[in-house]
Design a protein around this ligand. Structure first.
Ligand SMILES: Cc1cc2nc3c(=O)[nH]c(=O)nc-3n(C[C@H](O)[C@H](O)[C@H](O)COP(=O)(O)O)c2cc1C
Length: 209
């Protein structure tokens, strides 16, 4: 009996020490983790802003748009508003194309305040290596065909891959993946067009800078 009590006590003490160690590590590292996350975020956002020039101090503010919404994907969409000395300059949308070949495709799309695409980055996908994964900026320059385009350029009906009569390149032997991404970009542009002013003026969900 005493052995059982002794073992139970030992296990309890070990568990308490481990919990205390984890808590202490978290307390000691949380500021650094937050700073690293912020740096990561800014690094990953910058490419989607492409060659935009800024004149003053850039600030970011985050807006989470809960479902249901008319953006691609069924989960909350995250939008970063980019201000240059307080003036609205661009929006960065993180949205999900749900109709990828192998699953959802998470993407980051930058749009200037006047509706031009600044850049597209694929954040997460499970598309097949050598086929659909060529949408990934690390694998090909497929995403680079979007910057400079807007909802009227090309016209809305041409926001599709060439196989579907649209203006955008597909990938040979893998049209399902690019069709999903182009569709998500088009849907995001349509949403931007309808909600631009509200998106810039809505209170931030959480300050990202
Ligand atoms: C094992 C396997 C994996 C595939 N992975 C992809 C993919 O990741 N993305 C894609 O668009 N098509 C993929 N395909 C091909 C699609 O089934 C489809 O044939 C193709 O997208 C049609 O493109 P096309 O109209 O240009 O021929 C895959 C096919 C197979 C058999």
């Amino acid at each position: 009996m005493t052995t059982i009590i002794r073992n139970t006590l030992s296990l309890g003490i070990i568990a308490a020490v481990c919990t205390a160690l984890v808590a202490a590590t978290w307390l000691l590292t949380r500021d650094r983790i937050a700073a690293n996350e912020q740096a990561w975020l800014e690094q990953s956002l910058a490419p989607a802003l492409g060659a935009m020039n800024f004149e003053g101090t850039i600030t970011l503010s985050r807006l989470d748009i809960p479902p249901p919404h008319d953006l691609p994907g069924s989960e909350a969409a995250i939008v970063y508003r980019v201000f240059d000395d307080g003036r609205p300059r661009a929006l960065l949308f993180t949205v999900t194309a749900r109709d990828g070949y192998a699953g959802p495709i998470r993407l980051l799309l930058g749009i200037t305040v006047d509706g031009r695409v600044t850049g597209l980055r694929i954040l997460r996908h499970r598309e097949t290596p050598g086929l659909g994964d060529r949408i990934d900026q690390a694998k090909s320059d497929w995403v680079n065909q979007f910057p400079g385009h807007a909802l009227g350029n090309p016209p809305l009906e041409s926001w599709a891959i060439r196989a579907d009569g649209g203006a955008f390149d597909q990938l040979s032997g893998a049209s399902v993946t690019p069709r999903a991404v182009v569709g998500a970009v088009r849907k995001t542009l349509v949403y931007f067009d309808a909600h631009r002013d509200d998106l810039f003026s809505a209170p931030a969900t959480e300050d990202a800078s």
